[in-house]
Every structure is written in C-alpha cells, then in structure tokens.
Ligand binder design. Structure first.
Ligand code: S3P
Length: 173
C-alpha cells in the first residue's frame, strides 16, 4: 500500500493505552498529537455515546473515516485512533496510506480492567462481550499493523520505550 503521509498511528482495543502512549510519545518527540475520539466529539459537538445513539455505529464509523481522510493533508503527527477503526475496510485502507501503524496488543480482560470510565464506551454495554469483540478484530489489527507491541503487564513508560525503540529501528523517528 502506497504511503501518502508520514504519521505515526496507534491502533488497538479499548484500554490498550493508545491515547496515553501517543500523548507521552508526542511530548518526548516534540510532535503534534491528535486523539480521534476527542476530535470527532469536538466536530460533532456530541459525545461518542450520543453519536452512537443518534447516528448508530454506522454514523460513528463514517466519522472515523472522515477524520482519517482529513489527516492526509495534515503535517506529520501522532494519531491515536478509536478501538474500532479497523472495522471498516475503506478505513483500514486509509490507515495504511497515512503512515506507520503501531498496534498496541492487549488481551480483553486486561483491557477492560484498564478502562476507567466504561460507561463512555457504548460497545461495552452491547450484546457482545469484550472477548468476542476483540476476537472478531484480532486479525484486522494484525493485518493493519506495521509494528506490533505486546503491552500485557506493561506500564505506559515501558510501552513508550518499546515503541520508540521499534520506530527508531524502522527509521521512523
Ligand atoms: C470503540 C472504541 C472507543 C470509541 C468508541 C468505539 C470501539 O475508543 O471510539 O467507543 O469500537 O472499539 P477507545 O479505543 O479509545 O476506547
């Protein structure tokens, strides 16, 4: 897949640490950092939960795609994506074009334990368990990733250090 931009993009399940890792890496590397959910909420003037209620998951996925498309013309940044960014094929294609995709891997139990405000994640009150949702996405995360970091039992600092090492090795920092 041809790269059309040079962002560093974090993907992974809810609670995998994407936002915290992205923020800290951006601080260390003096790079701009954008959080997809925050950006979408600001654009929509609604919370993620309200968007799910009003527009359904479909409407939210469209907003994710629009966010990523707008990143094609943004200066190099660190992007932290929502956990479901790999669900739609056209969004996965955009991800690949936008730069280096880093998958923060975590199992469902550890992820759920790390989520401080589960009520802000509409999918966690749906029919499928976190384990089922993660299982349905595992290969999508892996296929979308340029780099994979196993975050099990790791602190944010340890994950950031690991990400920096891999990005240096890949000549992306
Ligand atoms: C979602 C993950 C959430 C948010 C929305 C849907 C998902 O983001 O985008 O609730 O489908 O996994 P986080 O991964 O930042 O929690």
């Amino acid at each position: 897949m041809q790269k059309l931009a040079d962002h560093i993009i974090f993907i992974g399940f809810m609670g995998s640490g994407k936002s915290s890792v992205a923020r800290r890496l951006a601080r260390f590397e003096r790079m701009n950092c954008l959080d997809m959910d925050t950006y979408i909420e600001r654009e929509a003037k609604m919370s993620v939960s309200q968007i799910f209620k009003l527009e359904g998951e479909e409407g939210f996925r469209l907003r994710e795609w629009e966010f990523l498309r707008s990143m094609l013309i943004r200066d190099r940044s660190i992007l932290s994506c929502g956990g479901g960014v790999v669900v739609e094929e056209n969004t996965r294609e955009l991800l690949k074009q936008l730069g280096t995709v880093v998958y923060l891997k975590v199992d469902a139990d550890e992820a759920v334990a790390r989520i401080s405000r589960p009520e802000t994640r509409p999918l966690l009150s749906g029919e499928r368990s976190p384990t089922q949702i993660l299982a349905s996405r595992l290969s999508l995360y892996e296929d979308a990733a340029d780099l994979i970091v196993d975050t099990s039992g790791c602190s944010i600092s340890q994950v950031v250090a690991q990400v920096q090492r891999l990005l240096h090795e890949a000549d992306k920092l």
